[in-house]
Design a protein around this ligand. Structure first.
Ligand code: F0G
Length: 453
């Protein structure tokens, strides 16, 4: 059997858990991944870790030609920056390896010279969650757990169910009833999860799950699990590799439970510390206006506190009112000099159609990045000549219902007004129903041509 490629320097990172608030360094994690002293979240740190940056970069590139499962994964390829997990426990679907696309139309619309998007929706279960799930599910396997569990707005559950199935572990999904898309629900069913639709919202599901893990030996796979954050770091590492280690001026991410922004920010800080990059991109976080507790925390309270809220947005993936990782996100926002922004439902729908019209597509929660970027440009925080990368977190087909309603004009039934029609009307492409008649099809073609010319 082919061996994975290793380097001559120590490949086993000596990872240590540390509380983000009181700095305690427990030898092992609690069931809910909170500090036993102060109750805040824990993270991994790597005391004394040093690498020759050029060697690291070249080993990572060499692995692309290897057929070994760890080298073929766009997460485990960067394993020197992850906590060590023995190979026999690694559960991988060859996640990561996602493309970096140019978005020329979106750049023009936003008023930027260039714009790129890293499409994390092209992971095995069609969202960015797979990059963290491969590492965290592997750690559950290493710990010998029979059951893993998560609360989810749909993507974490789809991802967890797939990785649990691959690792022969049972898995419990808690999702808010009626508030997740069919695409995501169908994934967890097909991958064999015990799927419980609770009559509450995401935050209510989290509360129940936190109680459950104290009573039952189930392994928690939400993004409070620091292994998730470590795996999700690799999106930023892979992005920088794709950019030949020349950092963009801005990286823009959606903010829900705030695990992803924390992970990408952590990766940027670690890469600078290890001299893989020489300067930091600014990491900006965008929330839906109806689910904006972090935006309000930063803008109204200077980050001193976060007031939980009842969240509401059609971007159901980020319908979250009490984000667990807000302190981690705040830290990286500050450290990279990024900004927060909020966007309306109309702005999200418009941006999603614009990304679609570039031939890329994404789910609504991902589109907040473009909508937010436009606002950051208008405010002068992002300049026309600067480089920016959007992190698109989920695939277009995760939520076809939203897309069809948008194009049919059914997304905002209660508020049709002239402004809205002018803004999104030109982007709408409702299907045309015709008789099976050549003349009718030719007439539709001619009408479309005259609209386009
Ligand atoms: N985009 C998509 C498509 C998501 O599914 C999520 C989160 C986010 C953005 C926000 O990321 O929570 O790390 O800030 N979805 C979670 C879930 C909560 O359960 O699938 P975050």
């Amino acid at each position: 059997m082919e061996q994975p490629l290793s380097i001559s320097q120590p490949t086993e990172a000596t990872a240590q858990l540390r509380c983000i608030s009181c700095g305690a360094t427990p030898a092992s994690a609690t069931q809910d991944f909170r500090c036993a002293n102060c109750g805040d979240l824990v993270e991994f740190v790597f005391p004394g870790r040093t690498f020759d940056p050029l060697t690291l970069k070249s080993v990572w590139l060499t692995r692309k030609a290897s057929c070994h499962k760890l080298d073929q994964s766009g997460v485990w390829r960067f394993r020197e920056l992850l906590p060590h997990i023995p190979e026999e426990h690694a559960i991988t679907l060859r996640e990561g390896n996602t493309p970096l696309y140019d978005l020329p139309r979106c750049a023009r619309i936003a008023g930027l010279d260039t714009l790129q998007a890293k499409h994390q929706g092209l992971n095995p279960t069609a969202s960015f969650k797979d990059t963290g799930m491969t590492v965290a599910a592997s750690s559950a396997h290493q710990g010998g757990f029979r059951w893993v569990a998560c609360a989810s707005t749909g993507n974490t559950s789809a991802s967890m169910a797939a990785y649990a199935a691959r690792g022969n572990m049972h898995n419990l999904v808690l999702i808010p009833e009626g508030k997740i898309s069919w695409g995501k629900l169908s994934q967890s069913l097909d991958y064999g999860a015990l799927t419980c639709q609770l009559r509450t919202d995401f935050d209510g599901c989290v509360r129940i799950l936190n109680e459950l893990v104290r009573r039952k030996p189930v392994y928690l796979l939400n993004s409070v699990n620091p292994y998730r954050i470590e795996g999700q770091k690799t999106a930023a590492i892979e992005l920088l590799e794709q950019l030949k280690w020349d950092p963009p001026d801005h990286i823009i991410v959606p903010g829900g439970n705030l695990g992803n922004s924390s992970a990408i920010g952590k990766a940027l800080l670690e890469m600078r510390e290890l001299k893989l990059i020489s300067r930091l991109p600014r990491l900006s976080i965008i929330q839906a206006q109806g689910a904006n507790p972090f935006y309000r925390s930063v803008r109204e309270f200077g980050g001193t506190k976060l007031e939980p809220m009842t969240a509401d947005t059609q971007a159901t993936a980020i319908r979250i009112g009490n984000p667990a990782s807000w302190k981690k996100a705040l830290r990286v926002l500050r450290a990279t000099g990024g900004e927060v922004e909020q966007v309306t439902e109309l702005e999200i729908a418009e941006a999603k159609a614009e990304i679609g019209a570039d031939g890329i597509g994404c789910e609504p929660a991902s589109a907040v990045t473009l909508a937010g970027l436009k606002k950051l440009l208008r405010r002068g925080f992002v300049k026309q000549s600067e480089t920016a990368v959007l992190i698109l977190t989920g695939h277009l087909l995760k939520d076809p219902d939203f897309t069809i309603k948008f194009h049919r004009g059914d997304l905002f039934p209660r508020t049709p007004d002239a402004f809205q029609t002018a803004q999104i009307g030109p982007l709408q492409r409702a299907p045309v129903v015709l008789d099976a008649d050549l003349a009718a099809v030719i007439a539709a073609l001619d009408a479309a041509e005259s609209r386009n010319s």
